[in-house]
Write a protein that binds this ligand. Structure first.
Ligand code: E4P
Length: 216
């Protein structure tokens, strides 16, 4: 399973990109609203920092507006993938933009039925939200597994991007559920690096080496 970073913060993207483990970045209107600068400038800057798709979401609620905004966003850089919410108007926009060859991610997906619709409309990606589903007492990972399952049976090229990932465990469970990609916020990504036994093991190696008096 590939990892994307779920943020619009340029410092966090730079820090994560340095690790060499990030294959794309996802943003949403909330994440963009937290950063300084205008939408297009932020997206352009992100595209210069990562190799891989950069997801930018439309703000219009009607299909015509989504299509117009989607074309504008896709025009910012070849790596931009347009995020469209899972609504009836959204499906019309997913279908129209996909037919134009624009990569679209259908976002705010919570069920296999919604994922099937998005895939049939031509979405390149579907993004089920794990954490937000857990928040209301459902099982977000189970939803991912069910979406992976139904899409595997069709002749779709739609990839599952597990979103609303809140912890390293969510990322691991999403991989086990068969998601091709998980988009992880910076905090969870950096948590994934650490393990107390790694830290203890490294400290022991350094201590033993120092006590031996040997040189490299
Ligand atoms: C998806 O691309 C969204 O940006 C994101 O994963 C939402 O996560 P949240 O539920 O933690 O806000």
């Amino acid at each position: 399973m590939k990892l994307f970073l779920d943020t619009a913060n340029l410092d966090d993207i730079r820090a994560a990109a340095k690790l060499g483990v990030i294959h794309g970045v996802t943003t949403n209107p909330t994440l963009i609203s937290r950063e300084k600068g205008d939408f297009a400038a932020i997206i352009r800057e992100i595209t210069s920092l990562v190799d891989g798709p950069v997801f930018a979401e439309v703000l219009a609620q009607d299909a015509e507006g989504m299509i117009r905004e989607g074309r504008e966003l896709a025009g910012l850089d070849f790596s931009v993938c347009v995020k469209i919410p899972m609504t009836a108007e959204g499906l019309t926009a997913v279908s129209a933009l996909s037919k134009e060859g624009i990569r679209v991610c259908c976002t705010l997906v919570f069920s296999a039925a919604q994922a099937l619709l998005a895939a049939n409309a031509g979405a390149r990606y579907v993004a089920p939200f794990i954490g937000r589903f857990d928040d209301i007492g459902y099982d977000g990972i189970e939803a991912v597994a069910s979406i992976v399952d139904v899409l595997a049976d069709g002749d779709f090229e739609t990839e599952v991007v597990a979103a609303s990932v809140r912890s390293p465990l969510h990322a691991v469970e999403a991989a086990k559920a068969g998601a091709g990609i998980a988009t992880v916020p910076p905090k969870a990504l950096f948590q994934m690096i650490h393990h107390p036994l790694t830290d203890a093991g490294l400290a022991r190696f350094m201590k033993d080496w120092a006590e031996s008096g040997k040189e490299l």
